[in-house]
Each structure stands twice: as structure tokens, then as C-alpha cells.
Design a binder for this molecule. Structure first.
Ligand SMILES: *Cc1c(COP(=O)(O)O)cnc(C)c1O
Length: 394
């Protein structure tokens, strides 16, 4: 008797989200409007801005990719500039610099954390370097104190790709409230909370926030909801730049309002799964994911395992074997230096990224999401134990 397929990821949408979306659909206002505004205010408050405190600006957008693009654009990154990021990421982190005509310097990771290696960052800085883009891989904070120190010493901007990092803490502070120029969260379908597609750009820089609000909607200085709710006839607006179409709809924001209320409970559920995996996989020839520094919180967007020397099969065979038993896994990431575009554009060689490349060849991500039942977690553990235990010892 075979068990139903256990997918790699599933969103956790409850009756509250459904009711909020229905409310929006019935309200007559479906695109960016009151719910997107409320979502921005509540997101800022979640990060620790007080209600009515305007110092932590949250700008809702239709993807994290859009938010990263707006952040770099607003910081003035353009042709001739270089940004430094990790090769061990999704292409969105780096592609936004190319939208602006800037160049990307990919660097290797720290093999212990799989996050950007600060010493590799420092070695990659040139006179053209303008910004650092750390990624909090899997939901584990990058070494922000070291990276912010490098940025300060070299006069660089810092934009955090926090697509995995809600809610992550770094030295006791939530990612989103650190001393970088901007932080961008993703609400893509498989992220730690979802709006279907969506993202949030967070910054304390009032000028950047103002620019991003204009550029998110065609470079118009007033959006439709502003004009609709103004006290005087208000058809008038001005186009001040060739902006983008990056606004978040109220339908998506409705989902976000309710997901945000659950985001800490979601984290706790994923952390329990991570702890069950750590305990259940002990003694097997593999490396369980790195833990956060003591006192810090991991968002556990991913649970990335690495096969160790002595494993009786390789990563590809293990994924196939798990799949044959109805268990979905994934690989995060095929590093950017292995993709044709990045490899050819910058003549990259795997030998230049030994830690990321080694990790890639041994990595697999296990399912870790709130709708998994304890029996699902057990099933994954048992499948791994059966696949990896020394012959005869199972
Ligand atoms: C998902 C993801 C993105 C892009 O997020 P979207 O909301 O889909 O644009 C960027 N960076 C990383 C590391 C991601 O995992």
C-alpha cells in the first residue's frame, strides 16, 4: 500500500485568509488600496515599528524581485557599478543588478553556514563596487555585523535579500530592522508566508521609500487610491520618471494581512520539524543544517541537508529514491556560477567557488512546512534512515 505523495512545499491558507479575500472581492476595490496600505502598516508594526511610527517604511510590491529592483534603483545603482552577492542563491538576487546595467560579482560561501563569506566579499571589492546583497540562506541570518562593517569601511550600500528570512533574528534583532539600507521579503507561494505572489521592501531611508513608492507605479506621483480618496476632485497626477508596474493588489494584501498574524506560529511549527529531523537523522552520514547563534531565531524556510563522505549513495540517487517513496525534495541552489547566463557573462569556473560547488553536489532540501503532520516528518526520517544506514545495519 503506497502512501499519498508528500509534496516538497504547500501553502497554509486558512478560513481567515479566505474570508479576508472574499471581503476584498465584495468591497469593490481589488487592486492597490486600503488593504495594501494596512498590510504595509501592520508589516512595519510587526518588525517593531510602533503604530504611527513612520521611520520604518514598508512598501508592498508584487514580488521580492520587484522590491530588490526598486531598492537598487532607488540607491542609484546603474551602469558601470558592481554589486557583490553570493553565488549560492536564486537568480533573482543577482538579475536585478543587470536590469539596471550594473555588473554582478559573485562570491563563495562560508561552508559552515552556506551564507556569504565576509572575507570573500572583502576580497571582491573593486573601485566600482557600490553595494552588497547578502542572502539569509534558508532563513539563517548572514553574518550581518561583519558585512555591515565591511560596507561602512568601503562606503557601500547594503540591500538584504530576506526572501527566506521572515521571521529571522540576527544578534537579537529581526531581519528588516538591521542597519542596512533596505531589506526585501518575498511572499511567493512557497515562502514562510504567502500572498500568492508578493513582496515587501523595508527601509528607514525616507528618500529611498519615496522613490520606491513612485517607481512601483509607473513613476506617478499619486496612485489611484490616493486620488480616489482625496477630498477635492483629483484626477490629476504627474509622471516624474519611467517607472515600473510593481504594485501589490488588495486581493494579495488581504492574504498577507491574515498570514502575517500567523507568521510566528508558522515559524514555531517549522522549528519543531527541524528539531525532529535533527534528532531523527542523528548518526547518519550527513550534515544537518547549521544552527543560528545562541539566542537567535532561524526562519526555517529550508532544511538543507548535505550528504557526507561515507554515504552509500549520491545526492541524485537519494532524491530519486525518496521520490520513488512519494517524498518530494528539492535542491537549493544550483549555484549561479553553474547557470549558462552567469557562467558565460562573467567567465565563471566552478573551481572559483569551491565551497558553494561542493555544497551543491551534496545538498538536498527536505520538506518543512506547517501542514506536515508528525507522521509525515517520521516518514521522511525513516526513508532517509533506510537509504543511508550502513548495509546490514538497517
Ligand atoms: C524566492 C526568492 C526570491 C524572489 O522572490 P519573488 O517574490 O518570487 O520575486 C529572491 N531571492 C531568493 C533567495 C528567493 O528564494
Amino acid at each position: 500500500m503506497s502512501l499519498p505523495f508528500l509534496p516538497f512545499a504547500l501553502p497554509d491558507i486558512g478560513d481567515e485568509e479566505i474570508a479576508e479575500v472574499v471581503d476584498t472581492l465584495k468591497s469593490g476595490w481589488v487592486t492597490t488600496g486600503p488593504k495594501a496600505q494596512r498590510f504595509e502598516a501592520e508589516f512595519s508594526a510587526f518588525l517593531g515599528g510602533r503604530v504611527g511610527d513612520n521611520s520604518l517604511h514598508a512598501i508592498a510590491v508584487n514580488s521580492a524581485t520587484a522590491g530588490l529592483h526598486l531598492a537598487l534603483e532607488g540607491l542609484g545603482i546603474g551602469p558601470g557599478d558592481e554589486v557583490i552577492t553570493t553565488t549560492h542563491t536564486f537568480t533573482a538576487t543577482a538579475e536585478v543588478a543587470r536590469y539596471l546595467g550594473a555588473d554582478v560579482r559573485l562570491v563563495d560561501i562560508d561552508p559552515a553556514t552556506l551564507n556569504l563569506d565576509p572575507s570573500a566579499v572583502e576580497a571582491a571589492i573593486t573601485p566600482r563596487t557600490k553595494a552588497l546583497l547578502p542572502v539569509h540562506y534558508g532563513g539563517l541570518a548572514a553574518d550581518m555585523p561583519a558585512l555591515l562593517d565591511i560596507a561602512r569601511r568601503h562606503g557601500l550600500k547594503v540591500v538584504e535579500d530576506a526572501a527566506h528570512a521572515l521571521p529571522t533574528t540576527c544578534a537579537g534583532r529581526l531581519v528588516g530592522t538591521l542597519d542596512s539600507d533596505a531589506t526585501v521579503f518575498s511572499f511567493y507561494a512557497n515562502k514562510t508566508m504567502t500572498t500568492g505572489e508578493g513582496g515587501m521592501l523595508v527601509t528607514r531611508d525616507a528618500a529611498l521609500a519615496k522613490r520606491a513608492r513612485v517607481m512601483r507605479l509607473h513613476g506617478m506621483n499619486r496612485d489611484a487610491f490616493d486620488r480616489y480618496t482625496a477630498k477635492v476632485p483629483s484626477w490629476y497626477y504627474e509622471v516624474v520618471a519611467p517607472g515600473f508596474k510593481y504594485n501589490l493588489t488588495d486581493i494579495a494584501a488581504a492574504l498577507g494581512l491574515q498570514q502575517l498574524k500567523k507568521v510566528q506560529a508558522f515559524q514555531q511549527a517549522r522549528q519543531r520539524i527541524a528539531e525532529a529531523y535533527d534528532a531523527g537523522l542523528a548518526g547518519l552520514p550527513l550534515l544537518t543544517p547549521p544552527r543560528p547563534r545562541s539566542g537567535d531565531q532561524h526562519a526555517w524556510h529550508l532544511y538543507p541537508l548535505r550528504l557526507a563522505a561515507g554515504a552509500p549513495l549520491d545526492r541524485d540517487a537519494l532524491i530519486e529514491r525518496l521520490f520513488a517513496q512519494g517524498i518530494g525534495c528539492s535542491v537549493h541552489y544550483i549555484p549561479l556560477h553553474r547557470h549558462p547566463y552567469w557562467r558565460e557573462r562573467y567567465q565563471l569556473r566552478a573551481e572559483d567557488f569551491p565551497h558553494s560547488d561542493h555544497a551543491y553536489r551534496h545538498l538536498l532540501s527536505l520538506p518543512i512546512y506547517t501542514r506536515m503532520q508528525p507522521a509525515d516528518v517520521q516518514r521522511v526520517i525513516e526513508a532517509l534512515r533506510a537509504a543511508l544506514a550502513p548495509a546490514g545495519a538497517a
